[in-house]
Design a binder for this molecule. Structure first.
Ligand code: ATP
Length: 265
């Protein structure tokens, strides 16, 4: 009881902040793992650890020795097993930091708002027009908006295009008779960089059944790269929008424009 009192007599504001920060980190990490098979791996690992504590307290030497060896390389094993999740986690932190040093303030304070709006609309118009027409014709499409072509390697497996974005170009690529219609188109800095790209699929198990491979590829790439992924469903013509490992389905063209403006421009 005395040691308990002693422990709390030293408890200060920084301890409270410390605990809060750890709780936030655990919550963020749990959020990343939720719905993926990684959460099952973590639960398995924790169960083995509990079993290890049990055999240790019962003084079962042979089993303790065995588990000791396992847990000595535990941290390295965890880093290897959770490598994709740790990567996503770091990416998430980096991205949020980047938000503060983008051109938001410059644009907000310095540039004339009308000119800015016109320029933004001009950039988005061919994409929005193509989406509208593909929606009406129920043409399936997967479009990735990348921010930095140098950083991203996921489109290297597709067909390099490097052409200015236009409505007709997007429609031609996703026309079901086009040899390039399968896979994703990558747009970066106003250019169609590549088409027919194969993207990593998400292993999220909470997706509704109507989200097939196209949606899984959109969500998958948004989990591992700083991109926006847009899906037009071939079956329903619905639009879905994925970013930072989250996907919103059935969004309107108006919401699409708003989101693209917010996330890309
Ligand atoms: N790994 C991948 N990377 C990029 N595109 C992919 C990938 N896997 C599948 N696709 C695309 O998704 C198409 C198949 O989509 P599927 O019908 O499974 O998806 P969906 O999410 O149900 O969408 P839809 O509502 O359009 O049917 C393929 O023809 C291909 O163009």
């Amino acid at each position: 009881m005395e040691s308990f009192d002693l422990m709390f007599s030293n408890f200060g504001i920084f301890d409270l902040i410390d605990i809060l920060l750890v709780a936030i980190l655990i919550y963020l990490f749990y959020n990343l793992l939720r719905g993926t098979i990684a959460i099952n791996i973590l639960i398995g690992y924790l169960l083995i650890y509990l079993f290890y504590l049990l055999v240790k307290s019962l003084n079962m030497r042979l089993l303790t020795l065995l588990f000791n060896g396992f847990f000595q390389v535990g941290v390295i094993a965890l880093i290897i097993v959770f490598q994709p999740e740790i990567r996503k986690f770091l990416l998430m932190i980096g991205k949020n930091f980047k938000l503060y040093r983008n051109e938001y303030w410059y644009r907000f304070f310095v540039r004339n708002k009308t000119i800015q709006r016109e320029a933004e609309l001009a950039q988005l118009k061919p994409i929005l027009d193509a989406c509208k027409s593909m929606q009406e014709n129920s043409t399936g499409a997967l479009i990735i908006f990348a921010k930095n072509p140098e950083e991203e390697h996921f489109y290297k497996n597709g067909e390099e295009i490097d052409a200015t974005v236009s409505k007709r170009l997007l429609e031609s690529i996703f026309n079901k008779y086009s040899p390039l219609h399968d896979g994703a188109v990558i747009i970066c800095e106003g250019k169609v960089m590549a088409a027919a790209c194969i993207l990593p699929l998400t292993d999220n198990q909470e997706l509704p059944p109507y989200m097939g491979l196209r949606h899984r590829a959109a969500l998958g790439i948004s989990e591992v790269a700083d991109v926006v992924a847009l899906v037009i469903s071939e079956e329903t013509g619905n639009l879905a929008y994925a970013r930072q490992g989250k996907i919103k389905s059935n969004i309107s063209l108006h919401d699409l424009e708003k989101n693209l403006r917010k996330d890309l421009l």
